[in-house]
Design a protein around this ligand. Structure first.
Ligand SMILES: Cc1cc2nc3c(=O)[nH]c(=O)nc-3n(C[C@H](O)[C@H](O)[C@H](O)COP(=O)(O)OP(=O)(O)OC[C@H]3O[C@@H](n4cnc5c(N)ncnc54)[C@H](O)[C@@H]3O)c2cc1C
Length: 416
């Protein structure tokens, strides 16, 4: 009987365990997690904070006996070291687990920038259920709150923080909001939208120190501004959880390097989700694409291979759909312009609608959009499908709104 061990019980770990069970009725499957919760989805935390769901609503599987029925053993513990030769994992309590195939699905953790005062108790992250409980206690109506960082997660949590009624200021060190996903026009539009909803936004500003001021915090910015607040939410990015791999022989760059079977540099050891660095489908560059749909798909592919069924990830597709206080924006593929590309723009400032298409030769390779939600599926289909647009390229350059027509004309509606 083959023994599968999965480190990490987030969406990637859970989907891998279920896939393994479907593929092999006999295998021993152990799912190890270091948080004192049933497997849950971080994506649901904003809904928890805004009161739309309770904690149980964040659980990935709602039936209490789901894992037991599937004979998936849930184990609470923290992987501290990996011995690839002996095929064992040592936990922080000193115990060891043996495996025949190992999946590392340990996700990521929030980075803590080296700012004096970052470890003060009123500095909170928004990453775990435990964090959500702390935020719920600290962010009450009228509370003064600074959010540091306006990237993907920072923007996703804004609405749920604002729903709790604080005086909210966002400080982003980039020139605009969501600088790693949105261009100048889109970033400025998202900012204007948030300001219209009562959130104060500072861009191109850094928090340089955080000091205690009685129960409150004195937050100093690099331009000399001082904000006195009750809490600071740190949303400055995340890093893969790879600390326990030191000396294991598993190759790590930003994340764990995997091939298209999701196997690491060590045979029999796989990785998936926020911890994995896979190959981007169009450019061939390596990326950690820390979003849930990717985590789940990578986990499914990894598990099939662990069960001996060959499966390959065609490549990670980098795209993001972001809901910032109700404004929907997207970024797809190579949204930044590059030498030799051509691009089309359509802007309606007053209506909060924006579309920018980036072409490489005959292919649409990237896009940014705000509003235009009706085109999200079409954009994905055209970009991920690497569709040769032929004459349609010139027509789209002239009128980007012809996206759906181009999609239909290329016969894609039947295949997507
Ligand atoms: C507030 C918020 C909102 C989000 N919204 C979206 C969204 O709208 N769309 C989207 O696509 N993504 C969103 N995400 C990101 C998404 O949650 C992640 O991409 C997803 O959780 C990745 O799944 P994973 O299984 O790889 O990792 P995780 O969900 O992080 O699970 C990994 C698990 O492994 C455990 N672990 C780590 N190290 C060890 C160890 N050494 N031993 C044992 N266990 C360990 C961790 O504690 C964790 O429980 C959001 C994230 C947050 C925080």
């Amino acid at each position: 009987m083959i023994r599968h061990l999965i480190i990490g019980n987030g969406p990637a770990g859970v989907v891998a365990a279920e896939t393994l069970r479907r593929a092999d009725a006999q295998a021993e499957i152990t799912l190890l997690g270091d948080e004192a919760e049933p497997p849950y989805s971080r994506m649901a935390i904003p809904y928890l904070l805004s009161g739309k769901i309770g904690e149980a609503g964040t659980y990935l599987r709602k039936d209490a006996d789901h894992f037991e029925r599937l004979r998936i053993k849930l184990l609470h513990g923290r992987a501290a070291a990996l011995d690839a030769g002996q095929q064992t994992v040592t936990l922080s309590d000193g115990s060891t687990l043996a495996w025949d195939r190992l999946l590392i699905a340990s996700g990521a953790h929030p980075v803590r920038p080296p700012i004096p005062g970052i470890d003060l108790p009123q500095v909170l992250s928004c990453w775990t259920l435990a964090d959500a409980r702390r935020i719920a206690a600290a962010v009450a109506p009228g509370a003064r709150v600074v959010q540091m960082g306006a990237g993907f997660i920072g923007c996703i949590i804004l609405e749920s923080l604002a729903a709790r009624g604080p005086q909210l200021t966002v400080v982003e060190m980039g020139e605009r909001m969501v600088p790693r996903m949105m261009d100048e026009v889109a970033g400025a539009m998202i900012r204007r939208w948030c300001e219209g909803k009562g959130v104060q936004v500072r861009t191109a500003r850094r928090v340089v120190s955080i000091e205690p001021a009685g129960e409150a915090l004195r937050v100093s910015l690099d331009d000399g501004e001082i904000l006195e607040v009750d809490a600071l939410i740190n949303a400055t990015g995340v890093k893969p959880n790879v600390d326990f791999l030191v000396g294991s022989g598993v190759a790590v760059d930003q994340g764990i390097l995997v091939n298209d079977s999701m196997q690491t540099s060590v045979a029999g050891i796989y990785a998936a989700g926020d911890v994995a660095e896979a190959v981007e489908f169009a450019t061939g560059r390596r990326v950690v694409n820390a979003i849930q749909p990717d985590a789940v798909e990578q986990a499914r592919i990894a598990a099939l291979n662990m069960a001996g069924q060959a499966a390959a990830l065609p490549g990670t597709f980098v795209f993001n759909v972001l809901d910032t206080m109700g404004l929907i924006s997207t970024s797809f593929g190579q949204w930044q312009e590059f030498p030799g590309c051509s691009s089309a723009h359509l802007l309606d400032e007053a209506g909060y609608r924006y579309l920018r298409l980036v072409f490489d030769g005959e292919q649409l390779v990237g896009a940014n959009s705000i509003g235009h939600t009706e085109n999200i599926g079409v954009l994905r289909g055209l970009i991920q499908g690497r569709v040769r647009l032929g004459d349609w390229k010139a027509r789209l350059l002239e009128n980007p709104l012809l996206l759906s027509e181009a999609y239909l004309a290329k016969g894609l509606a039947a295949t997507h």
